[in-house]
Design a protein around this ligand. Structure first.
Ligand code: ADP
Ligand code: MG
Length: 248
């Protein structure tokens, strides 16, 4: 058996009296696209935050490529090659796209000033190549605050790729994006997985999107892991159907 890229075992996390994750266990296999679904408030973002070291967990174990990481901080985990994107975009609206790309590489570059002095041509070339990959090459000199919300999400994705992560955690990448851009984004996510070999772990509220994208899907409800399976298994799982219906 291969070592999972991410292995979560019996992880719990509470905020005050709210148990956001209760004894959650799951794994992400190398080279695959794994999905995480569940109604609003079911604990998806909390699980991501625990995995990337954004907050300490109350109990359990989180391993990255076999190494315990549950006591490490965000920057240490990022250096191992695991990055996440946010539900809300985090770009610098007053900078253009290329500038946003250049400031997104603290994990690989020794100091901030190195980035602009030592490797400008190389990094700029890489930034432009990745902007082309996500379909933003024509907009590369535009102030990113002027991009549409969907384009900002594509920029954020490209910024994450600048760091050449081994694994990328995406929190609702298609939320608020129009259907045309959603298809483009799905295509880019698949290509990042296939061509760059990046393992993906994707939170997605849109069932059609996750069914199309992931080979394996986990479903959280009320902080607990309710079900796991292939898209076909999850689609027909009565517990998952009830959880979604119960949420509306
Ligand atoms: P999801 O991403 O599935 O919508 P979250 O993980 O954001 O769910 O939230 C799960 C539960 O934990 C919710 O009840 C939410 O209010 C609570 N929660 C999440 N983050 C915090 C926090 N920083 N402080 C207090 N409560 C939180
Ligand atoms: Mg969330």
């Amino acid at each position: 058996m291969t070592t999972p890229t991410i292995e979560v075992t019996n992880v719990s996390k509470s905020f005050g009296g709210v148990a956001a994750n209760k004894l959650v266990s799951m794994s992400v296999e190398p080279g695959k696209i794994t999905g995480l679904i569940g109604p609003n408030g079911s604990g998806k973002t909390t699980l991501f935050n625990s995995i990337v070291g954004y907050h300490p967990i109350d109990e359990g174990s989180i391993k990255f490529e076999g190494q315990e990481i549950s006591k490490l901080r965000v920057q240490q985990i990022a250096r191992l090659g695991m990055l996440r994107t946010f539900q809300q975009t985090r770009i610098y609206g007053k900078m253009d796209c290329v500038q946003n790309m250049l400031i997104s590489v603290p994990h690989r570059t020794a100091t901030f000033s190195d980035m602009f002095t030592k490797y400008p041509a190389e990094l700029t070339e890489k930034a432009e190549h990745l902007l082309e990959f996500v379909g933003l090459y024509q907009k590369r000199k535009l102030i990113s605050g002027d991009l549409s919300f969907g384009q900002q999400k594509l920029l954020e994705f490209a910024m994450a790729l600048m760091n050449e992560p081994k694994v990328l955690l995406l929190d609702e990448p298609t939320a608020g994006i129009n259907p045309t851009l959603i298809n483009g984004l799905i295509d880019r996510l698949k290509r990042a997985n296939e061509e760059f070999g990046i393992t993906l772990f994707v939170i997605e509220h849109n069932m059609r999107v996750i069914m199309n994208l992931a080979e394996k899907i986990y479903c959280l409800a009320h902080g607990e892991m309710l079900a796991e399976g292939t898209p076909d298994e999850i689609k027909d799982d009565q517990r998952v159907i009830d959880a979604y219906l119960g949420a509306h």
